[in-house]
Design a protein around this ligand. Structure first.
Ligand SMILES: [Ca+2]
Length: 90
């Protein structure tokens, strides 16, 4: 816990001790990272993003950042948003 506080990640408030606690800075709804549309953000979404990495978005698009419509390229910003919502819906 102290190590996380040193790097700026807090796990406090009403969500303390839950997996959502560390997501307090993310205000984007988790479903935007559900690329495959199966109501879960998981390895399938990551694999889809990997197939479009550093390229223009495919179908379905993994260009999810910046919200709401992306910026025309699948890059680290999209991966960060995916990671912030990792395991959403599971
Ligand atoms: Ca993007």
């Amino acid at each position: 816990m102290q190590a996380l506080e040193v790097i700026g990640v807090r796990n406090c408030g009403r969500m303390a001790g839950t997996t959502q606690a560390s997501m307090s800075g993310n205000t984007t709804p988790g479903y935007v990272a559900d690329i495959t549309g199966d109501y879960a953000v998981d390895l399938a979404d990551f694999v889809m993003m990997s197939s479009q990495w550093l390229d223009s978005p495919g179908d379905p698009s993994t260009d999810i950042a910046p919200p709401p419509d992306g910026d025309g390229v699948v890059n680290i910003d999209d991966l960060i948003l995916l990671a912030e919502n990792w395991l959403w819906g599971i």
